[in-house]
Design a protein around this ligand. Structure first.
Ligand SMILES: C[S@@+](CC[C@H](N)C(=O)[O-])C[C@H]1O[C@@H](n2cnc3c(N)ncnc32)[C@H](O)[C@@H]1O
Length: 411
């Protein structure tokens, strides 16, 4: 293969350098704008073989596996370029839809590090998948994990040695580490599994969605509450992220008296909002709704939470039902919340505080709200997926005049 000289012009949304060659855009991982590289080009992708010019914005990565391991994409960016890259992830898809709102604040939400992660055990070892590969990069340590998950690579390696090739999701809870394994077939002898479970000091071991061993109670503290963690339920990646997102929600729902938390999960927002007043909370994850429904009444100092299991894609809360609320919190999965947002657009709700983990679907949903007469008042970034090409978004949409009335909206 002949080497091609490429000059990197910009960063793509996956953190790869982008060059133009023969009129085509070529993506070159681990390169930066302003750099010139000799690269092996294959279709629209290239691998930098030699750097002729390097950028002053390039810094040494924190992890020796960076560049091979597929877990991180952008450890080589200076702090200012890193921040610009993450803000660009939010602003670019919005600009494409005619929404020119700039990001008004950007918060580092790394905190102590990630409290949950999925690693893979394969013949070659335990770790994350290599970039664009089905091979695992074996690791001993991952710097983006919280200290409470420092043993994650060892746990996954030992589970793999016993169970064979498997994927393991680990969550650090107040009751210890919760491990959920996905494996083709579990033929392990129960006594061997119990012995490893005790050695690894896990709180719970689930295999293919079912708890097989339990030593402690895996639970998380959310505000004043203790919430049992169901197997596979969603939890914000870092504790700092959960706290910052919750502060954003609490600040921007201030004054709302009839609040619904849509896509509430285990209730990090609902449980904190309930310190101020009653909340109605919806999510399709039945075990999460049950855990929230049990935690709220046993927590002193909370107003009632009505926790409801409902698929908001198929059966969004309708424009008529939304008459019960003046303020909504909305935190959908990556696909966004198009069906729900269309109902909100047609409703008389005055304020929507939206959190999002996918900038493309967020931009689509934001445009629906803006077209319906909402003003986008705040747009904030939260970085809990450190060194990845993901970013969390917080946004506040408010109507100057509540739809269907002549009165200005007063929360
Ligand atoms: C990004 S998480 C947010 C959860 C919670 N707000 C939090 O901060 O932990 C998205 C949530 O959407 C829920 N979800 C996914 N698809 C859904 C659907 N079709 N209807 C309702 N909830 C859904 C998931 O169960 C998950 O709890």
């Amino acid at each position: 293969m002949t080497e091609t000289r490429l000059t990197i012009e910009s960063l793509g949304h996956k953190g790869e350098g982008v060059a133009t060659h023969d009129g085509r855009r070529i993506f070159v991982p681990f390169t930066l704008p302003g750099e010139t590289v000799l690269a092996d080009v294959s279709d629209d992708r290239a691998e930098a073989v030699r750097f002729e010019v390097t950028s002053p914005e390039r810094i040494a990565p924190e992890c020796p596996h960076f560049g091979v391991c597929g877990g991180c994409q952008v450890q080589h960016l200076s702090p200012s370029l890193y921040r610009d890259f993450k803000i660009g992830l939010i602003e670019t898809p919005m600009r494409r839809l005619g929404l020119e709102q700039p990001v008004d604040a950007f918060h580092d939400a790394r905190g102590e590090g990630r409290r949950r992660a999925t690693l893979h055990a394969r013949r070659e070892g335990a770790g994350y998948m290599r970039a664009r590969s089905h091979q695992v990069e074996p690791i001993e340590h991952c710097p983006v994990l919280a200290p409470s998950l420092a043993s994650a690579p060892r746990i996954v390696k030992e589970l793999g040695a016993l169970l064979g090739e498997c994927d393991v999701s680990l969550t650090a809870t107040e009751g210890g580490i919760d491990a959920a394994v996905r494996v083709a077939r579990n033929r392990t002898r129960p006594d061997a599994l119990s012995s490893l479970f005790r050695t690894l000091k896990l709180a719970r071991l689930a295999i293919n969605g079912e708890a097989v061993l339990m030593a402690g109670r895996p639970f998380v503290r959310i505000g004043l509450a203790e919430v049992d963690l169901p197997i596979g339920s969603f939890l914000q990646a870092t504790e700092a992220g959960e706290k910052l997102l919750s502060e954003f929600v609490l600040t921007h729902t201030e004054g709302g008296s009839r609040i619904a938390d849509l896509f509430c999960g285990l209730g990090p927002f609902a449980l904190r909002l309930a310190e101020r007043g009653p909340v109605t909370a919806f999510d399709s994850d039945k075990p999460a709704i049950a855990a929230l429904g049990q935690a709220a009444p046993r927590t002193r100092g909370l107003k009632p939470i009505a926790a409801k299991a409902r698929d908001l894609f198929r059966e969004p809360v309708t424009r008529f039902e939304l008459d019960d609320f003046d303020t909504l919190v909305l935190d959908p999965p990556r696909a966004g919340a198009e069906a729900q947002v269309r109902e909100i657009a047609a409703s008389r709700v005055g304020r929507v505080v939206m959190l999002a983990c996918d900038a493309q679907s967020f931009a689509r949903d934001a445009a629906i709200l803006v077209d319906a007469g909402f003003a986008l008042d705040h747009l904030t970034g939260f970085d809990q997926f450190t060194y990845s090409s993901h970013v969390e978004i917080g946004a506040v949409f408010a109507r100057a005049v509540t739809k269907g009335t002549k009165r200005p909206f007063r929360p």
